[in-house]
Design a protein around this ligand. Structure first.
Ligand SMILES: [Zn+2]
Length: 372
C-alpha cells in the first residue's frame, strides 16, 4: 500500500542526478534477508495449505529457505551482482513487555537469525569476496531509533569486516527522521521508499538527495510480492516486469527491484525465480547497467556534505568522536526522545522535508508471509 507521499513532486526530475552510467538505464538488484530459516512457517504452511510436504522443512539438515548459494549461482551465470540486506533483530524478550504477547512479534521472532553464527559469517564472507554488496536491513523499529540503527550497523560491520554503505528498512518503514538518522550513523543511502503491493515509478525515475548532499535515496520500483502470482499467472507477472523495463529504458531511469531470498525456493514460491532470471536477462538485452545499489552509488558524482536547510540543529561534528555509542545513549535528549515526545517530534518535523513527516510504519495483520 502506498502512503501517498509524492516524492515526484517534492524532488522534481530537474533536481535529481542524471543517470550515472553509460547505459540505457540502470537496474538495481536487491534482496532483503528476512528469514533464511524456515521454522514455524513450515507448520503454518502445512496447516494453511493442507500440505504435509511442508513439514519436511523441519527435518534436520533441510532448510529450503536458505537460498544464498542458488542466488549467487544464478547471478554468476547471468554475469551480474546484487545487494543483500541483512537484518539484526532484537530478541522478543528485549522488547517492551507489552509486545511479548503480540502475535505479530511472535511471527517476526520466529524467523530471527544471528549474524555471528558460522554459517552466516561464511555466507557474508563469500558474498563480499564475490563482489556482492552486504548492506543493512534495519530492524522493525530502527527507522525511528538511531541508537538501535547504529548498533545494528556496527554488528553487521563486525561480521563483514568492513564498512556498510547503505540499505533498506524492514517493512519499508519510514518516519519523520529516518533519513536523518541513517545519515547520522554513517549510512550513505536508503533504498526504502516504495510499496509491497504496488509497482511502478510513482516516486520518480531517478534517485534523489533529501539533504542536497551525498546522501541518496533510491526509490523501490518493484517488490516481487506486488506481481501477479507467477506460479499461477506467469505471463501476467512477466508482462509487468517487461513493461517496467521498457519504461525505465525510455526514461533513463534507475529502476530497483526487491526479491526476498526465500522466494527463490521454487517449491514454496513457484515461478518467482524464473521471472527474476528473465527480468535480468531482458534488462541486459535492453542495454541496462545491472548491479548492486552500492556499486551504482559509487559511480555517481557526489557533492560535499553540507549543512542544508533540512538539518540546521544536530549536525555531528566532523572530526570529533561519534555522537554516542550505545553505552552513551541519551547523551542528546533531542535525539533519544525524538520518537516519543510529541513536542520533540513536532520540532523535528519543522526541520525535515514535509513528506518525511508522514509516518509510514507498516504493521501487517497478515504478516505470516511477510513481504517486508
Ligand atoms: Zn524485511
Amino acid at each position: 500500500m502506498s502512503d501517498g507521499t509524492d516524492f515526484e513532486e517534492e524532488f522534481p526530475p530537474e533536481s535529481r542526478p542524471e543517470l550515472a552510467v553509460d547505459a540505457e538505464f540502470a537496474l538495481l538488484l536487491t534482496h532483503d534477508v528476512d528469514r533464511p530459516y524456515k521454522t514455524v512457517q513450515s507448520l503454518y504452511h502445512a496447516v494453511r495449505h493442507s500440505d504435509p510436504r511442508q513439514l519436511k522443512g523441519l527435518l534436520p539438515g533441510v532448510n529450503p529457505w536458505w537460498q544464498f548459494e542458488e542466488i549467487m549461482a544464478l547471478e554468476d551465470d547471468l554475469g551480474v551482482r546484487s545487494s543483500f540486506y541483512f537484518l539484526r533483530e532484537p530478541h522478543l524478550l528485549a522488547r517492551e513487555p507489552g509486545d511479548w504477547l503480540d502475535p505479530f512479534y511472535w511471527v517476526e521472532h520466529a524467523g530471527r537469525y544471528e549474524l555471528d553464527t558460522p554459517e552466516l559469517l561464511d555466507v557474508i564472507d563469500r558474498l563480499r569476496d564475490g563482489g556482492w554488496e552486504v548492506g543493512l536491513h534495519g530492524s522493525y523499529d530502527s527507522y525511528d531509533d538511531p541508537d538501535r540503527l547504529r548498533t545494528e550497523k556496527a554488528v553487521l560491520e563486525s561480521a563483514l569486516g568492513g564498512p556498510v554503505l547503505g540499505g533498506r528498512q524492514h517493512h519499508l518503514n519510514r518516519g519523520s527522521n529516518t533519513w536523518r538518522y541513517h545519515r547520522e550513523v554513517g549510512l550513505h543511502y536508503d533504498a526504502s521508499p516504495g510499496s509491497a503491493t504496488e509497482y511502478g515509478f510513482q516516486q520518480g525515475y531517478r534517485p534523489f538527495r533529501p539533504f542536497d548532499d551525498e546522501f541518496v535515496v533510491f526509490p523501490l520500483t518493484l517488490m516481487e510480492n506486488a506481481l501477479p502470482d507467477p506460479g499461477e499467472f506467469p505471463e501476467a507477472a512477466w508482462q509487468v516486469c517487461e513493461h517496467l523495463l521498457e519504461e525505465a529504458a525510455t526514461n533513463d531511469a534507475v529502476m530497483s527491484v526487491l526479491w526476498h531470498p526465500r522466494l527463490f525456493a521454487e517449491r514454496d514460491f513457484p515461478g518467482y525465480r524464473r521471472v527474476y532470471r528473465r527480468l535480468v536477462e531482458r534488462a541486459l538485452e535492453l542495454g541496462a547497467w545491472v548491479g548492486p545499489a552500492a556499486d551504482y552509488y559509487g559511480l555517481m558524482d557526489h557533492p560535499e556534505r553540507s549543512v542544508s536547510k533540512a538539518e540546521p540543529v544536530s549536525e555531528p561534528q566532523t572530526g570529533s568522536a561519534p555522537e554516542s555509542e550505545c553505552s552513551d545513549s541519551g547523551a542528546d535528549p533531542a535525539e533519544s526522545d525524538g520518537g516519543r515526545s510529541g513536542d520533540a517530534k513536532e520540532a523535528d518535523r519543522s526541520r525535515v522535508p514535509p513528506s518525511q513527516a508522514r509516518d509510514n510504519k507498516v504493521k501487517s495483520t497478515a504478516n505470516t508471509e511477510s513481504t517486508g
